[in-house]
Design a protein around this ligand. Structure first.
Ligand code: ZN
Ligand code: ZN
Length: 384
């Protein structure tokens, strides 16, 4: 275990984040954990959630997965966010209240919210059910100005409740364990979507590069689709873990002979590594018409891809971003049908800072999930 960064003491006066344009007095106050500056760590906050509007679903959060993006966002490693910022986009809970126009959800239903809570709903992508690729940009679950709610900045799932438009609420099948289902809403759909897009089926050969939160889901989902799965890892210590997850073959990527032996053996590669790395050795493992989907977003430059490798085998080098709402529901139902869920380590609110440090150090198998019942009580009234 890596030493945790010092945990700041709880604020004497909880900060209340107003996420609503509703009249005062109609909001519900929710306990939350979030950042107040790039180096504040996560501290207790109180969030005012809007009263459900006619299309809204109010959710009492049970669990929220911890995604690497959360760390980058809270620590301002990608861009300077608006603080305070409550992260969390792998949300599972139960419906508590619904707006008058909501017919597909009722109080008591187990539901989920992933990486987005709205989109323009009218561009070509949105009309095709590809809201993640909304031409005007989807509304992220946290840290995004929400045009349909007065431009208020959205606040995520490290919290006791959230209010989301019904169009962006997913149904969590009761067959799924709620904590293990939470990471499906980002890590699960991010790996499911490219596998579906490539139409992976029984007998196909799938490669997975990297065995973290995304990689372990890619292994499980590809196996459930009937594929033969090869895990590429730089670490000998992960060979056994990959096999335990169901990998049929593990290739040490720094072993040139092992990589050469894997030449032309794979149809599609799901590359989950976010650090810059050379893709060319992986292209050599692909068969004719193979594809490599890159899911991790490196902060630095990647070594150049050799066009000759792509040309000689008609290979595709592609990216992919989460999945649309309908596809996310399909993924959840698929996981319930096939008994697929994330491997998790449950953490309490006061362990979040330590969990972040362990995530950065790669010391988690394979996803931390916050138990929202461990959050403090919200302050009694909005004071900011
Ligand atoms: Zn995520
Ligand atoms: Zn759109």
């Amino acid at each position: 275990m890596t030493p945790g960064r010092p945990v700041p003491p709880p604020l004497a006066k909880p900060i209340t984040v107003d996420t609503s344009e509703s009249a005062p007095g109609t909001q519900a106050l929710a306990a939350a954990y979030g950042g107040t500056s790039p180096d504040s760590g996560l501290v207790p906050l109180t969030v005012a959630r809007r009263a459900p509007k006619e299309d809204d679903v109010e959710i009492a959060i049970e669990f929220c997965g911890l995604c690497h993006s959360d760390v980058h966002a809270v620590r301002a490693e990608w861009r300077m966010p608006t603080y305070p910022l409550v992260p969390g986009h792998e949300i599972v809970g139960r419906v508590t209240r619904v707006g008058a126009a909501v017919e597909d959800f009722a109080p008591g239903d187990r539901v989920g919210v992933g990486c987005m809570v709205d989109s323009c709903r009218e561009c070509e992508s949105c009309l095709d059910g590809l809201e993640q690729y909304c031409e005007r940009g989807n509304t992220g679950t946290y840290g995004a100005a929400d045009p349909r709610n007065g431009g208020a900045v959205t606040q995520g799932g490290y919290s006791t409740s959230v209010v989301v438009d019904r169009r962006f609420v997913l149904r969590i099948p009761e067959a799924l364990d709620p904590a293990a289902a939470a990471p499906l809403l980002c890590a699960g759909i991010t790996t499911f979507s490219p596998l579906r897009y490539f139409e992976v089926e029984e007998g196909d050969s799938v490669g997975v590069v990297g065995l973290g939160g995304l990689g372990h889901m890619a292994v499980k989902i590809a196996k459930a689709m009937g594929a033969e799965v090869t895990v590429f890892t730089t670490s000998e210590s992960k060979i056994e873990a990959a096999r335990e997850l169901g990998a049929d073959r593990v290739v040490l990527s720094k072993d040139a002979d092992a990589m050469a032996a894997a030449n032309r053996s794979i149809d599609v590669i799901i590359d989950t590594v976010a650090a810059p790395h050379d893709l060319n050795p992986y292209f050599l493992t692909l068969r004719l018409d193979g594809a490599l989907f890159q899911l991790g977003l490196p902060a630095g430059d990647m070594p150049p891809v050799s066009p000759g490798l792509l040309i000689r085998r008609r290979l595709a080098y592609a990216g992919s971003l989460i999945g649309g709402i309908a596809e996310t529901q399909e993924m959840l139902d698929f996981c319930a049908d096939h008994g697929v869920a994330s491997e998790t380590e449950i953490v309490a609110a006061d362990q979040l800072n330590e969990a972040y440090d362990r995530m950065v150090a790669g010391d988690v198998k394979y996803r931390f999930v916050l138990d929202a019942s461990t959050l403090h009580q919200p302050s009694e009234k909005a004071d900011v």
